[in-house]
Design a protein around this ligand. Structure first.
Ligand code: NCD
Length: 431
């Protein structure tokens, strides 16, 4: 098998749109057996699947792939060409994706998992240099993009803030972008103005990734959020189609939710409950886009208690005070706080609680509470961890090396800890 057993099975289930239970039943094996085949190599409970199962699943997947190949002949060619913007290999908005292309990207992210988990190393991007240009505060986006590029064998040059860049001397976006393009092979840009990253991208032919443009979009975050939901749903035996997603908090200025709701809308029959304080509602143009497909239900409320009932996913967000006009009140009172009490009161045992992070943990902030930290339903750190494989997949696809990764892998020479966080034990090796 060219890919690991885990990647092979996850890809098969995703392509066939089947939950673990249904997939196990279809191929005539016990769900427990399937679970052990899906565990990462090296985990104690992991088992090899019998060769007959592998051949059987390959046949199903290949037939299905053949069918879709005939019905979607326009969809052939490298993924980077199919998601290109004006012929350029860039990631500016989730609007560039279809359901098929997003799932193809996730198959690449699955291949990256042994590298992201520090079991393997790869040098496919050896010699390539990434320019990480962050003109706004960032911890995880900047570091995870940098780490993802390094883990593929590339190197990273950073610039942070306006103060230490020539933009403080009045340099234009066009000049900055063109000059940087002479130095690096790809750029990730975060900038406080909506549309500014597209302006950077316009001035260059090297791959540009939008790391967040003001209140506009944050496509890589939405991709890792969707990847997390699909991974968690696979563990819980749920399907994306028909899921109930509750988005909570600052839906007006939060770029992560702007990208996420559009990406989720590629699926079918979703119920979106949008819970925000007065004045921080989701912008109309985004709502219209999501509603246009006629496939989804959208409800808006100012009551957290009502909105969370029946949710499969709670996605909480921070109030983006830095984008407020002077004197504007956030209205984010205690009633909007996602905490243990409300989750216990209105949610089921298999809800997942997400947040793009950072969460504001200062007194009086009412952001996602830390009192859920020991609750396995809190997926925020698994979500942040997924930033690495997903961002590696983005680079591999944009630079056209995704097919080289599998064969480039070697074992790591050092020993990483088996649990990377002190509270990870409950979920270690479960997905
Ligand atoms: C978000 C951002 O910068 O948009 N963070 C992130 O990238 N993970 C969310 C936020 O700042 O609240």
């Amino acid at each position: 098998m060219a890919v690991s057993q885990q990647v092979f099975l996850r890809d098969a289930m995703r392509r066939l749109n089947l939950t673990r239970d249904v997939f196990a039943a279809r191929i005539g094996v016990k769900r427990r057996a399937l679970d052990t085949w899906l565990l990462p190599e090296g985990s104690l409970e992991a088992r090899s699947m019998p060769e007959v199962v592998q051949r059987f699943v390959t046949e199903i997947v290949e037939n299905d792939a053949l069918l879709s190949k005939y019905s979607q002949s326009a969809q052939s060619g490298p993924l980077r060409d199919r998601i290109a913007v004006g012929g350029k290999h860039q990631l500016l908005s989730v609007d560039q994706f279809t359901r098929e292309s997003v799932e193809e990207l996730f198959s690449v992210a699955d291949i990256m998992q042994p590298i992201a988990r520090r079991q393997k190393v790869s040098r496919v991007l050896e010699g390539a240099v990434l320019g990480n240009l962050f003109f706004e505060a960032s911890t995880r986006t900047r570091v995870s993009f940098g780490a993802a590029f390094c883990r593929l064998g590339g190197s990273v040059c950073d610039t942070t803030g306006f103060t230490f860049s020539s933009m403080a001397k009045g340099e234009s976006i066009y000049d900055t972008s063109r000059v940087m393009s002479g130095y690096v092979d790809a750029m990730v840009i975060r900038h406080p103005d909506q549309g500014s990253v597209a302006e950077f991208a316009h001035a260059t032919n090297i791959p540009v990734v939008n790391g967040g443009d003001g209140a506009g979009e944050h496509p890589s975050q939405a991709l890792l959020d969707l990847y997390t939901i699909l991974t968690e749903f696979s563990r819980l035996g749920k399907l994306m189609d028909g899921a109930h997603i509750a988005l909570v908090g600052d839906l007006k200025y939060g770029r992560t939710v702007h990208s996420l709701i559009k990406l989720l809308a590629l699926y079918r029959g979703l119920k979106f409950t949008l819970i925000s304080p007065h004045g921080l509602e989701m912008p109309e143009d985004i709502l219209e886009k999501v509603a246009a497909s006629g496939l989804h239900t959208i409800e808006q409320t100012h009551s957290l208690e009502e909105g969370l009932v029946g949710a499969d996913v709670i996605y909480a967000t921070r109030v983006q005070k830095e984008r407020f006009s002077e004197g504007q009140d956030d209205g984010y009172t205690a009633e909007f706080q996602v905490n243990r009490a409300i989750v216990e009161q209105v949610c089921g045992p298999d809800v997942i609680v997400m947040h793009p992070l950072p969460r504001d943990s200062r007194p009086g902030a009412h952001d996602l509470s830390v009192d859920l930290n020991m609750d396995p339903r809190l997926a925020i750190f698994r979500q942040a961890d997924n930033g690495i494989p997903v961002r590696m997949a983005i680079f591999a696809v944009l630079l056209g090396v995704e097919n080289l990764v599998q064969h480039s892998m070697r074992d790591v020479t050092w020993s990483p800890p088996s649990h990377i966080g002190s509270d990870d034990a409950a979920f270690h090796g479960m997905y």
